[in-house]
Ligand binder design. Structure first.
Ligand code: CDP
Length: 243
């Protein structure tokens, strides 16, 4: 359904690409999902894809607390088939035809995903799939390198931030709602470590694109955040010169 302030544009049926990047657990996926629903766009959680590869790596013993066998994982990439399918009105990640949506949110995957995502070949493997998914526009994709690497020409780029306390709180609630046990300390350690690895890696580090609009949502409700983002979408849709 089109909200009233984008209805004009919806009538013309023009579809843009929206890239949402930011630190771990800052609400990127929540915003991306809600924006996609309002605009009738496709939502892609690129982090789920890195988590899917990581789950495969754990199961095939390419990664463990003591080692990361990059060669083994790189050689196995073509055996990894990832797909998003609708299940109960939500998009779930399927790894080689298995619904792994819950499994990829658990601690082992969260612990190893950033080292796996730092591997150049893993990124190339996933970025090409992400570009293919978004080639016709009408997409909202969230991640770490969407506005900088995957879709550098995206019409709208958002960079989301929130305080670490708020992010820990939100992630704990999210895990609890999925029945996954965790503590505030565990979550904080994981978010801090991932943010460090993600922003300091050599390949496509997490950074704000020069033309991204920053939203600090620490003090915003979900609906305030959505309203703000829809206003920005509307401005883009109505601007005479498309960037
Ligand atoms: O939900 P949360 O923000 O905690 O993380 P996520 O979006 O599920 O992403 C998990 C991890 O995948 C990140 O910490 C990054 O290491 C990696 N990632 C990435 O490198 N590039 C992306 N475009 C998306 C995720």
């Amino acid at each position: 359904m089109c909200p009233f302030f984008v209805s004009l544009y919806c009538m013309e049926n023009k579809k843009i690409t929206i890239a949402i990047d930011g630190y771990s657990a800052c609400g990127k996926s929540t915003l991306a999902k809600e924006l996609a629903r309002e605009l009738d766009y496709t939502f892609i959680d690129s982090g789920a894809m890195y988590r899917g590869v990581t789950l495969y790596a754990i199961r095939t013993e390419s990664v463990s607390p003591t080692h990361l066998d990059k060669e083994k994982l790189i050689n196995a990439l073509n055996d990894i088939q990832l797909e998003f399918r609708k299940v109960d009105h939500e998009r779930h990640l399927f790894l080689n035809n298995e619904d792994v949506e819950l499994e990829i949110r658990k601690k082992p995957v969260s612990d190893f995903v950033s080292p796996v995502a730092a591997i150049k070949e893993v990124r190339e493997f996933l970025v090409s799939q992400q570009r293919e998914m978004g080639k016709n526009g009408g997409i909202v994709m969230d991640g770490r390198d969407i506005g900088t690497v995957v879709f550098p020409n995206a019409e709208l780029k958002l960079f989301i931030t929130a305080s670490i306390e708020i992010r820990v709180h939100r992630r704990l609630l999210e895990l609890q709602s999925k029945g996954i046990d965790s503590t505030a300390d565990e979550v904080k350690d994981n978010l801090t470590q991932r943010d460090y690895i993600d922003s300091t890696r050599a390949e496509s580090p997490l950074r704000q694109a020069e033309d991204a609009i920053v939203i600090d949502n620490s003090q915003l409700t979900r609906s305030e955040q959505l309203t703000l983002a829809l206003k920005l979408v509307n401005e883009k849709l109505n601007s005479p010169i498309r960037t």
